[in-house]
Design a protein around this ligand. Sequence first.
Ligand code: ZN
Length: 203
Amino acid sequence: MKIICIGRNYGEHAKELGNEQPDEPVVFLKPTSALIPLGGPIVLPGFSNDVHHEIELVYSVRRHNGRAQADKVTIGLDLTARDVQQALKAKGLPWEKAKAYDGSAYVGEAFTALDSFPPGHHIDFMLKKNGHVVQSGHNGQMIFDVATLIAHVERYMQLETGDLIFTGTPAGVGPLQAGDRLEGFLLGDLVFDLEVKGAATPR
Ligand code: ZN
């Protein structure tokens, strides 16, 4: 199973980090070892002092008759060691240490079938930190929609049934601290409720 992630797919978020709007999708990967077990907790890594939450729509892929399509959606967290990422970006290096570490991804348990939505329906999602809304958005705000993302990714790597695509985060990313609580909502329903814990041991 591959976990494909898309960067800078919401204009307001690209702006808040001082990035330009991309003219084609920004693609990176997370390994399956990045996944946090269902129910959490989020454990902050010892090598960063600035881990940010990024809530994202996560689509699962189905490959049928030689064609990959998104078939279900949930929400997830693309946790990002922003200090590490900024240092890597400044040197023009890949982002994996900041984005693909153990415990850098959470995927909600409850997927919703896309064919249960009327065409053009907005898929709303939201993240609360300690009871306050910090991020919210819907799929209509993406610079590249999921079909465009799949077609683009498949120019480089074939997608298989069960692959996941994190489709980018809306504005409002921010740092996590031990003791924080993150609640994720899809279409108004609570999908996850996670506790944030401090680093086990500094690396
Ligand atoms: Zn992201």
